[in-house]
Design a protein around this ligand. Structure first.
Ligand SMILES: C[S@@+](CC[C@H](N)C(=O)[O-])C[C@H]1O[C@@H](n2cnc3c(N)ncnc32)[C@H](O)[C@@H]1O
Length: 288
């Protein structure tokens, strides 16, 4: 079968489901399987595709049609210019989280340029936040925690991939309990977290990719959606140095409450950072 014919088939099948982008997803899948750039697919429409790839392509298209996230099918996701290994059981890194990472990278470059920094990440998942910070920032060490074995397995695969073993250490545990033995109280420069923040009853309303395939323990923020912030914000004060920074990702409608939580816990310089759509996305604050 030729590239063009195969693509047509993919587009037709994916077109049967709402909310997909049949053309671009078919091209992404085929270019991945052929191990070529997307531009190659555009310019080689009449080239024959071998049977093995045709079968895989149709299998991937079927999975996608059933609602599997593309990143679980291809086992990869680009985040802040890095290509992360991803598999089912671990949250797919989101562009929203790039806002959080970008803010920290800029802050460190502006304010702490040549200082050595200790950073803690809570709920590391694929490791995308911890590893991206370590990749782009020179003088940092990241202590990253997750409660889930699968997440830690994937995070370690990514750490090996980006050769960041010296700068990023992973720990298993429930939030700060994961690093209890390190005696970092009062010594941490920055704490960062993208915790689960979807209110429990809203999970069933999410699109099929998320509600049926992504791990619940990466999404479920308790009845109100705020349960993790209510633990992380007060406990962070114990771990941060004076002038240390806490930065958390939030849902678009959670800014007011989380900002108040920072305030009530004595943080200063509290800001809400918006995403490209103008929605609240990150809250940051500093220990006096
Ligand atoms: C929203 S995901 C964020 C993953 C990754 N940092 C990212 O931004 O893509 C939240 C992560 O927190 C982890 N998690 C949930 N409860 C936890 C807890 N009590 N202690 C530590 N990690 C937890 C989940 O396993 C999941 O990997």
């Amino acid at each position: 079968m030729e590239i063009n014919e195969l693509l047509k088939l993919g587009v037709k099948e994916l077109g049967k489901r709402e909310y997909l982008d049949p053309i671009s997803e078919s091209i992404i899948i085929l270019s991945y399987l052929q191990n070529v750039d997307k531009s190659y697919i555009y310019t080689h429409g009449n080239e024959e595709v071998n049977k093995e790839i045709v079968d895989k392509f149709l299998d991937f298209i079927e999975k996608r049609k059933e609602g599997w996230p593309l990143s679980y099918i291809l086992k990869e996701k680009e985040f802040y210019g890095l290509n992360f290994y991803i598999e089912e059981g671990v949250l797919v890194p989101r562009p929203d989280t790039e806002i959080l990472v970008e803010w920290i990278i800029n802050k460190v470059n502006e304010e702490f340029k040549n200082e050595y920094l200790d950073i803690v990440e809570l709920g590391t998942g694929s490791g995308c936040i911890a590893l991206t910070l370590a990749y782009y920032l020179e003088n940092i060490k990241v202590f990253a925690v997750d409660i889930d074995d699968k997440a830690l397995k994937v995070a370690k695969i990514n750490r090996d991939k980006f050769k960041l073993n010296n700068k990023v250490k992973f720990y298993k545990g429930d939030l700060f309990n994961g690093i209890k033995t390190l005696q970092l109280e009062g010594k941490v420069d920055i704490i960062v977290s993208n915790p689960p923040y979807i209110p429990t009853e809203d999970i069933s309303k999410l699109q099929i990719e998320v509600r049926e395939h992504e791990p619940k323990n990466a999404l479920d923020g308790g009845e109100s959606g705020f349960s993790y912030y209510e633990k992380i914000v007060p406990d962070s004060k114990e771990y941060l140095k004076r002038e240390g920074i806490l930065a958390v990702e939030i849902g678009y409608d959670q800014g007011t409450y989380v900002k108040r939580l920072f305030n009530e816990n004595g943080f200063k310089d509290i800001y809400i950072i918006k995403d490209f759509q103008g929605l609240d996305r990150v809250v940051v604050g500093r220990v006096p």
